[in-house]
Design a protein around this ligand. Structure first.
Ligand SMILES: [Mg+2]
Length: 356
């Protein structure tokens, strides 16, 4: 009889999150986020991950659960028995099923968590991203105001300012975008402000709106055009906009950066789009090679997803890691929000645990 080598054991479960306010973006509004929590277990240690699927990237909780079930059925040959074989595991997952980045990101971040716990080191240290000479190596994170009626926009902005947020991001892509900005600026006339149209504008709308946003001291515009907009359309908007243009939905992998470089000023990196931290670092490196600025963002996620993303925050120019701050019921605790900054802990792995 042959002895079976113990392999990393994958399990997963639905993770339902509720936002404090209904969260509106140009694709729709929702209070419920249907994520999936992933656990990888090896030698009594557990690595945590989170999948945050987005319909506009072709994923849902159902597709995530189906993909994870398939990986689980083949876990011996896919996951092996080394928590440090993160790149190798990602390559095998990609070979078995293309796409499905949110599902893969959950496994990949859980691998980082497990590897850190095995080595008794925080993930950010394992990745070489410690900096003991700089007090704040990572930028401040902003706080997002979702699409809503004007009365609620004013109320949400007041709440954000009262909670101590010093940097705001506003979702646009409505028929009343200018009034939204005027409301926010009425409450917060001087706070750094960026906007995200989530692909809600045409080329003409983007250029017209960019001029207006420039007058209201907006730092940059995220994803003015739809996800599959042509490079020449991004180029036209960039050439006619006084405000820098960042691509979010249009850039998932490092190869997408190369495709749009020259026609944008920056990219938004997210684990749910890249499929994990390693590819996110390749997206960042490719963007830097093309002289682009970098924002690290996220979907609506618990502290698992936030804390996984925050591991790479010192590589970025801007952070939009407020996903857990928007929640009413984050079941986890990890990176701590402190006066606008996310503080990572010295705990091994990602540094995330269930709230007591
Ligand atoms: Mg965005």
């Amino acid at each position: 009889m042959t002895t079976k080598t113990k392999c990393i054991n994958l399990s997963f479960a639905p993770l339902n999150l509720t936002t404090r306010h209904p969260f509106g973006i140009s694709y729709g509004t929702s209070s419920q986020t249907l994520n999936v929590q992933v656990q990888l277990e090896l030698d009594g240690l557990i690595g945590l991950g989170e999948a945050a699927p987005a319909s506009y990237h072709g994923e849902s909780r159902e597709t995530v659960m189906a993909v994870l079930a398939k990986f689980q059925a083949h876990q011996e040959e896919l996951l092996g028995n080394s928590a440090h074989a993160i790149h190798a595991v990602s390559t095998r997952l990609d070979k078995m099923i293309a796409g499905h980045s949110a599902a893969k990101a959950a496994i990949e971040m859980a691998m980082h968590d497990l590897a850190g716990k095995m080595s008794n080191l925080p993930t950010w240290k394992m990745l070489g991203l410690a900096d003991d000479l700089t007090e704040n190596p990572a930028p401040m994170t902003d706080f997002t105001i979702g699409i809503d009626n004007l009365e609620m926009i004013e109320k949400k902005t007041e709440e954000a300012v009262a909670a101590g947020h010093k940097m705001l991001k506003v979702k646009l892509g409505t028929s009343y975008d200018r009034q939204i900005i005027e409301k926010v600026r009425k409450v917060a006339p001087n706070l750094p402000l960026r906007v995200d149209a989530n692909g809600g504008w045409s080329v003409k709308q983007a250029v017209d709106c960019a001029r207006f946003l420039h007058e209201h001291q907006v730092e940059f515009i995220e994803q003015p055009l739809p996800k599959f907009a042509l490079k020449e359309d991004f180029q036209f908007v960039k050439d006619h906009s006084p405000v820098p243009i960042f691509a979010d939905e249009s850039v998932c992998k490092a190869s997408d950066v190369a495709r749009l470089a020259g026609a944008i000023d920056g990219v938004v990196v997210k684990l749910a789009k890249s499929g994990g931290l390693l590819e996110a670092m390749r997206v960042i490196a490719t963007a830097r090679a093309h002289g682009l600025r970098i924002m690290f963002g996220m979907m609506i996620e618990s502290s698992i997803g936030v804390t996984a993303a925050a591991q790479l925050s010192s590589l970025c120019d801007y952070l939009d890691l407020d996903g857990a701050l928007l929640l009413k019921d984050d079941p986890y605790e990890g990176a701590l929000w402190q006066d606008g900054y996310l503080r990572l802990s010295e705990k091994p792995g990602l540094g995330v645990s269930l709230k007591a």
